[in-house]
Write a protein that binds this ligand. Structure first.
Ligand code: ADP
Ligand code: ZN
Length: 686
């Protein structure tokens, strides 16, 4: 560790402030002599700002110099001797800012709770309502690892690599291994960060962990936790009062002391990457940076876990002897049998509905036997749309050029990019025929409506992103489901993962091929993993599980591999394609999006930047290892009224290549009507 400079030697402190018109910025202040012994990085202080105003700030650095022409004022008061973050923490944030082409103030805004800069925090001390999940009780019964689990656990303990990958088919007991590792870490006096990709999964893991370890020293951190709660968790973390912090993506910025272990469950989930807004960071990469920076006390280990690992994680783990595989399901439970139903045949037989006859029969059987059903609606891409049967016009968003999705609850058509909405549309906007509009595709609500008609006596519940907007709703739904109060749970991607309910014996996928068809190099990986994960929800207990994939294209080879849940064979296939086309892990991608409300100008500036970038790379003789593609119109050509063009750079030179590209991009000055977004390691290139 670098020697911490003695503060007495410095005249000025750099103070971080947050002011409405300026955003988060730093200013220099004089350190009064009587503070010199106490002042340190991360302390909250009061400083004068403007005319007679006092505001809260944080110490982020020291210096002996001042820019010319600036007259520094004195710091007023140290508000709390305990620092709210440290130098290492700031270094990590600086890395995020640099690597992801952002800036420190933007990163700070993402990382810190909003209440951070509030003058008086006393009134925020007490959050109004405790999160329901924290009321879970510790259970008396504790599981013992199986032989296979024990062996893998011991191997993981021995490995030297900072990051290990635990690849285990669904239901193999990855979580049980996490628990052992958590127990060891806590016994060593260290703390744990446990990440899940989505809030619903965070709640589930938290409740499962509390059953195991009790609720002492457990904390939660994600975007639907209130700012006051976040601030409270932050303070607890700084006093080392939390042993296990659960969270989604952003919790990787929580200042955990003495961090011994980071678990990243379902590590292949794209939700670990923030795409909008900046900083466009990956929580996994940030976690790796954290582990790299922390070498005290045995350092920090990372466990990535998945039933369908990210191709890059699997490749890296394989090549660094840090891949650990669980092959058996707990209790040797059989993998569920998957049946593929060709919906074109159904059409041929006169069934134009969204449920095949086979699926309907199986649902009836399952519920009759007092078991439960999960129905997945694949909504990646634009699976639902409204079309005029007279003139074939698809109702689109005028600003985004993507189909509008019909919401029956509000009788409105809505754009899921910009929120544009038309209410009570009864005639075609183009040919103006009345009553010729038909809804195609399958939103969750539509499936819920139709299921309600086919199965009038069953209890049907929908879980989608709408349920996440209310604080406890998703948790309550999942709880009701696990108590058997719901027969059929209908949802999107989010119900594909994590749910561990032994009473679920049937999983139906309404539209299995949708995600394979997107023009993106990761679409097979996404489609494969989604199907495997949702299939893994079936037959997790003693009872045998069944899975039904409905498809319009039963020749897709990935569908077959997903049917067999054969990740290794999928991987072998996929890694060859990645290598042949220089896709990750054989390169790193930087995506540059140029956009403007003027199509022509957007394209022109994209062409100019691409050309200059290629020239520059040529001059450096790097064009074999830094490959610039495009510009081309994005698949989503127009979003919120802006025309978008893509430039893709494949970097085969690691850090050097990365810095070369970013330093070029930093010098670009754009006209006011052109926007540029840089997405480093993008999750998709749509
Ligand atoms: P994964 O995370 O790999 O999908 P889980 O850890 O959720 O698997 O385990 C699947 C199911 O099997 C869970 O209900 C879990 O409680 C049970 N299970 C796994 N390992 C054991 C064990 N060693 N003893 C008792 N139950 C176990
Ligand atoms: Zn729109």
């Amino acid at each position: 560790m670098q020697k911490t400079p003695k503060n007495q030697e410095y005249k000025y402190a750099l103070c971080l402030v947050d002011i409405k018109v300026l955003g988060t910025r730093t200013f220099s202040y004089l350190i009064p002599d009587d503070m010199k012994n106490d002042i340190k990085i991360g302390q909250p202080v009061m400083v004068p700002f403007g005319r007679g105003r006092k505001i809260k700030a944080y110490i982020v650095g020291f210096s002996n110099y001042l820019e010319e022409g600036i007259k520094a004022k004195y710091i007023d008061e140290i508000l709390d001797n305990d620092a709210m973050f440290d130098l290492e923490y700031l270094k990590m944030l600086e890395w995020v800012a640099n690597y992801y082409f952002s800036d420190l103030p933007t990163v700070l805004k993402t990382a810190l709770p909003e209440k951070f800069f509030q003058k008086n925090l006393k009134k925020y001390r007490k959050p109004n309502k405790e999160l329901k999940v924290l009321n879970t009780k510790k259970s008396k019964k504790q599981n013992i690892l199986t032989e296979e689990q024990q062996k893998i656990y011991e191997q993981i303990k021995k490995v030297n690599a900072k990051t290990s990958l635990l690849y285990g088919i669904t239901g193999s007991g990855k979580t049980e291994i996490y628990f052992k590792l958590i127990e060891d870490t806590i016994n060593d006096g260290k703390n744990v960060l446990f990440l899940a990709p989505e809030i619903a999964l965070v709640s589930q893991l938290t409740s499962r962990t509390i059953k195991r370890f009790g609720k002492n020293s457990v904390g939660i951190w994600h975007s639907s936790i209130s700012e006051a709660e976040k601030y409270k968790v932050w303070q607890k973390l700084r006093c080392d009062e939390i042993k296990i912090l659960f969270g989604a993506r952003s919790s990787v910025f929580a200042p955990i002391q003495n961090l011994g272990l980071i678990i990243i469950d379902e590590e292949n989930d794209p939700a670990y990457k923030q795409t909008m807004p900046a900083p466009r960071y990956s929580a996994i990469e940030v976690a790796k940076k954290l582990a790299e920076l922390n070498n005290e006390n045995g350092g920090t280990k990372i466990i990535l876990g998945s039933a369908t690992p990210d191709i890059k994680s699997y490749y890296e783990a394989k090549n660094s002897n840090s891949l650990f595989v669980l092959n058996q399901r707990y209790n040797n439970a059989a993998l569920p049998k998957v049946k593929i139903i060709d919906m074109r045949m159904e059409r041929g037989m006169g069934n134009n509905g969204i449920f095949s006859k086979y699926l309907i029969d199986e649902i009836k059987k399952t519920v009759k036997n007092k078991n439960q059903v999960i129905l997945l609606i694949n909504r990646r891409g634009f699976s639902s749309y409204t079309q005029c049967l007279e003139c074939s016009t698809v109702i689109e968003c005028p600003k985004c050029a993507i189909p509008l999705i019909y919401h029956s609850a509000t009788h409105s058509h809505r754009c899921h990019y910009c929120n544009y909405e038309i209410k009570n549309l009864t005639k075609c906007p183009k040919c103006e025929h009345e009553d010729t509009l038909e809804n195609f595709g399958t939103g969750t609500q539509r499936v819920e409506d139709i299921a309600g008609k086919i199965f009038p006596d069953m209890k049907i519940q929908r879980l989608d992103s709408d349920s996440l907007t209310k604080k406890n709703e998703h948790f309550e739904i999942l709880e009701a489901f696990s108590k058997g109060e719901i027969d059929i749970l209908i949802g999107t991607q989010m119900i594909a993962k994590g749910l561990d309910n032994p009473n679920v014996t049937l999983v139906g996928v309404i539209n299995a091929d949708l995600s394979f068809n997107l023009p993106d190099f990761r679409s097979s990986e996404r489609g494969f993993s989604l199907l495997c994960q949702v299939a893994g929800r079936s037959g997790r207990g003693e009872k045998e599980g069944k899975v039904i994939f409905q498809t319009f294209n039963n020749t897709n080879i990935f569908l077959d591999k997903a049917r067999e849940q054969d990740y290794e064979s999928f991987y072998e296939n996929e890694i060859e394609i990645r290598e042949a086309f220089d896709y990750p892990p054989f390169s790193k991608i930087i995506r540059i999006i140029l956009s403007s409300d003027n199509n022509f100008r957007a394209e022109k500036s994209a062409m100019e930047i691409s050309m200059r970038l290629k020239d520059w790379i040529d001059k450096l003789s790097l064009s074999e290892r830094l490959i610039v593609m495009g510009p081309a119109p994005c698949v989503l050509e127009k979003i919120r009224g802006e025309f978008r063009f893509n430039i893709i750079v494949k970097n085969k030179l690691d850090e050097k290549g990365h810095n070369t590209i970013l330093s070029f991009l930093r010098k670009i000055i754009l006209p006011n009507d052109i926007k540029m977004v840089i997405d480093v390691d993008p999750m998709d290139i749509l």
